[in-house]
Write a protein that binds this ligand. Structure first.
Ligand code: TXA
Ligand code: MG
Length: 327
């Protein structure tokens, strides 16, 4: 039996109740178009501390501050450079998070003590109404236990955080299924820190040249603290193979006595547990984290996944798959 109450995001009174809990310093999980977030009043350091505790999140990993509009973003940033203005006009509300100089109202704990703050205007109607009704910024990481795949359904939040969050607003599966794109806007040329819902092609259309963080650089973690930590991993071992090589890889693992699942985008014949996802990056992204969690529940030991072309959203998907395969 679940301890944490779950209310439909559109149920009468649900958003008002969520806002009241946030005002009381409690945690509320809410839908965004990317993944579900675990929210607290961004100006209340004690409330934000509960996020780190509930998720078992390392304190050196800063949070994204969600705001209702550009005015809200200005209120948490110490500066809003012209390029940020342009990105906001073109891509907000949406799956873009901008790292900006931190404003004085943002407590240390939100920014992990750093000089910058990550800000996003989400595109989900329930998130937006919640931000309006609450009337303040909401600090929120993905609403999973640290190291687990991000939640794309309320049931995922419940599985990870039941009893650790005061309320879950349920609006069904999220439409993007991957986290937001994170871009550092504090430099003369924007720097992509995390691939996500907004593609780099789209970013470059809007902003011109965008650099991509070199994760091999030992100093990369200073700019993107999330890199320090294990991410996106199901419990099963993940093996990433080229398209067309899934059946053979699954057969090898089955011969070695493992319980194996195979994630593909085509029809295959294999004794493994086969999950055929959409052959578009958008459809694949929507189903990916749900599929990984479902296979974990079936106690699969190895998940073989066929690679996707790295264009558009495919690049963000491959980023997550590589991290899962390292886990
Ligand atoms: O789609 C999303 O971004 C979801 C929804 C809920 O908005 N949130 C999310 O949050 O994925 P989280 O905490 O799981 O991932 C945020 C990432 C982390 O990798 C963190 O290191 C990075 O953003 N980040 C946050 N603040 C930062 C900052 N000031 N500088 C650089 N990176 C930052
Ligand atoms: Mg996360």
């Amino acid at each position: 039996m679940a301890i944490t109450p779950v209310m439909g995001g559109h149920e009468p009174g649900a958003v008002e109740r969520a806002a009241a809990l946030l005002r009381a310093g409690q945690l509320v999980a809410f839908p965004t178009e990317t993944v579900y977030g675990l929210g607290a009043n961004a100006f209340d350091a004690a409330a934000v501390a509960k996020i780190f505790e509930a998720k078992e999140r390392p304190p050196d990993n800063p949070l994204i501050v969600h705001v209702a509009d550009i005015a809200g973003a200005r209120a948490v940033a110490a500066a809003f450079p012209p390029l940020a203005e342009r990105a906001a006009a073109a891509l907000w509300p949406g799956s873009l998070t901008m790292v900006l100089p931190r404003g004085p109202k943002v407590p240390d704990i939100v920014a992990a003590g750093g000089p910058t703050v990550a800000v996003r205007v989400p595109a989900h109607p329930v998130a937006w109404v919640l931000l309006r009704v609450f009337g303040r910024p909401i600090a929120a990481p993905s609403a999973n236990l640290s190291g687990r795949p991000s939640p794309t359904q309320a049931s995922h939040v419940l599985a990870d955080l039941d009893g650790r969050v005061a309320l879950i607003l349920d609006s069904g599966p999220t439409s993007v299924g991957l986290e937001s794109t994170v871009v550092d806007m504090t430099r003369p040329r924007p720097l992509l820190l995390r691939r996500g819902g907004v593609t780099i092609e789209r970013l470059r259309q809007v902003l011109g040249p965008v650099d991509v963080l070199d994760e091999q650089d030992p100093k990369a973690v200073l700019r993107s603290p999330g890199l320090r930590h294990r991410h996106y991993a199901p419990k099963a071992m993940v093996e990433l193979v080229a398209e067309g090589e899934g059946e053979a890889a699954a057969a090898r693992a089955i011969a070695a006595g493992q319980k194996v699942a195979l994630i593909v985008r085509r029809t295959v014949s294999s004794p493994a547990l086969v999950r055929k996802l959409a052959n578009t990056p958008e459809g694949f992204a929507r189903a990916l984290f749900t599929t990984l969690r479902e296979l974990d529940e079936l106690d699969v030991e190895r998940i073989v996944i066929e690679s996707l072309p790295e264009t558009g959203l495919g690049a963000a998907i491959m980023d997550r798959l590589r991290r899962a395969a390292q886990g």
